[in-house]
Design a protein around this ligand. Sequence first.
Ligand SMILES: [Zn+2]
Length: 382
Amino acid sequence: MTDEELIALTQAMVRTPSPTYEEGPLAELLVRELKSRLDEVWVDDAGNVLGILDGGRPGPTILFNGHMDHVDPGDMPDPYSGVLMDGARFGVDGQVIYGRAAMDMKGALAAMVAAVDDLRRTGFAGRLLFTAVVQEEPAVGFGARAAVRNLVARGERPTVAIIGEATNGNVYLGHRGRLEFEVTTFGRTAHASNPDRGINAVYLMAEFIRALPTLPLPEHSLAGRCSYAVTRITCSPGRLSVVPDRCDITLDVRYLPGETPDRPENDLRAILLRLEDELPGFRAGLRRTKDMPPFLTPPEHPAAQLLKAVAEEVAGRPVRFGTWRFGTDGTFIANEFGITTLGYGPGDEWFAHTPEEHLPVAQLLTARRVYAEFVRRAHQVA
Ligand SMILES: [Zn+2]
């Protein structure tokens, strides 16, 4: 596969919309591309594209992973055009491929396909497992979990996984964990013309939200600082002239590698207890509803060191270790299957889910070489 063909493949993938739950047409395109390049390729019961390439010599089993789905384009202009344009408008030197999912993350998947093509020609020590999964964006790992489970059930034993989520050409080692809490305040209804007779649950919730900036936000040298965000607010009855007696919010909290979810939960409960003390009539409840744990591969791990060395050599520039701000399927691959998980992908995370989504072509071409070269040398470390 030439570099021109890799660019054309990425464009064709962007021109094949694949919002979450509608990945089928993109899966078909990938199977067509991979049929002659892998020993085996198939679509599993979850809708994932899975494939196997034997390198011809004994060695480690490396897993390539990326997701096929993407978020809605919103009001992004021409989201599925996949056109090549000058990157200057995005502050990028050289050409970029524009479009929804160009960098999150069809470019990485296309680069992995090209790397498969290169590896099939040269051979290598070990086995390569290719996974293009469904339903990453809902953040429950439905596709990724099924993909690894199905490969393991066939006797495959991956030891190192490379996630192609955007790292801007750097090597990422993991990310913070993500918790969701549902917080509810309870008041008392009254006629809205006579509000003092009731207790307005929205006002109680306002007190809680106002207290959130007092939350401790510990920091980790690689994973960064904890964060929180209110992502939903509703009240009930919420209609007619009634003071609401119930207000609910969803709170997204990011916590650090090495922490348990109990630390942020206890901090939140401490705020509720303080408000109960300070405000007569304050009543609230808190439930933890989701946990996507953090993961972090140590920078001194030989596979991490190798990926960094390969990335620097291919790009001809220094590459740093970092972590994603957002969550990835890596959490499931690392935590549930015990696979050493590393991140390397073209594109800048900053533009994920934005109307300016684009993929620098130079990074796409570099990624293909990094993926292939890492697999060729993996037997030295794994
Ligand atoms: Zn992504």
